[in-house]
Design a binder for this molecule. Structure first.
Ligand code: HEC
Length: 239
């Protein structure tokens, strides 16, 4: 409709301004009508490839800064980057590391945490976390063991923060490890710390540590497999 009005305006009103003959003026409404009808019947359209638009980064004198590309409105947030849950993305409450997991720790969380830890952290911190990974054995700075009192007591958010921002000689892992995986690693490190500082009191009832060697019913001859006696659930005397 706008298109139609433009055309009518452009073609018919100037004819009035140029003081055309009386006859033509009389005929104007009819003319306009005929023209409109003609345009409709021809199909008044503007194809997308012809639309008024700027090529990317083309100069424009419409804006004071001469750019056709406009900066996003202040405060614009890209999809998926709102990061409303500040603790989840920083591990901090205010300026201090917090000491809770932002989601429940399940078996799956720990399994994934272990896998990510072994990939990203073990090369330096070693699978046990005492800091003697392969890269360290080849000359990289020795990181502190996770099994010191200080790091055993460090709040969970602290480990998240070290991964997110790096620490001294250690680079940050923010771009390699997504925040949810960083938290899974945090959970796994805590499990690692518990496991390395475990005492007999932590061993579930009915289980021996170290587990007793298997008893053979039949030792096997080399050609035949040994037969192992099924483990009994009886708690053995510990000395
Ligand atoms: C390239 C080797 C390397 C890798 C990989 C690495 N670290 Fe480290 N990390 C270090 C070094 C070296 C230090 C000690 C830095 C220093 O004191 O300057 C350290 C220190 C730390 C500390 C202790 C900070 C403190 O308070 O003493 C934590 C926690 C830590 N790393 C966690 C991780 C986690 C989690 C990962 C896996 C995502 C990881 N690191 C991967 C080398 C590494």
């Amino acid at each position: 409709m706008r298109c139609l009005l433009q055309i009518v305006g452009r073609h018919v009103i100037p004819s009035e301004a140029s003081s055309a003959s009386l006859k033509l003026q009389m005929a104007r409404p009819l003319n306009a009508f005929a023209l409109a009808l003609l345009m409709i019947s021809l199909g008044c359209r503007q194809d997308m490839q012809d639309q008024p638009r700027f090529k990317p980064l083309r100069e424009s004198d419409f804006y004071a800064d001469l750019r056709s590309a406009r900066p996003p409105v202040e405060g614009t947030v890209a999809r998926g980057q709102l990061h409303e849950d500040a603790y989840f993305y920083s591990g901090r409450i205010g300026n201090n590391p917090g000491d809770y997991m932002p989601f429940p720790v399940t078996q799956n969380v720990l399994v994934r945490g272990q896998e990510r830890y072994n990939i990203h952290c073990a090369p330096c911190h070693s699978r046990l976390g005492e800091g003697n990974g392969m890269i360290v054995q080849r000359g990289f700075r020795h990181p502190p063991s996770f099994h010191t009192d200080r790091l055993r007591k460090a709040p969970l958010g602290y480990f998240f923060d070290v991964m997110t921002n790096g620490f001294g000689a250690m680079p940050d892992y923010a771009s390699q490890i997504a925040p949810d995986d960083r938290w899974r690693i945090v959970a796994y490190i805590r499990a690692l710390q518990l496991s390395q500082a475990a005492t007999m009191a932590d061993v579930p009832e009915g289980q021996n540590v170290p587990s007793a060697p298997p008893r053979f019913r039949e030792p096997g001859s080399g050609a035949t497999l040994p037969e192992i006696e099924p483990p009994s659930n009886k708690i053995e005397e510990r000395k």
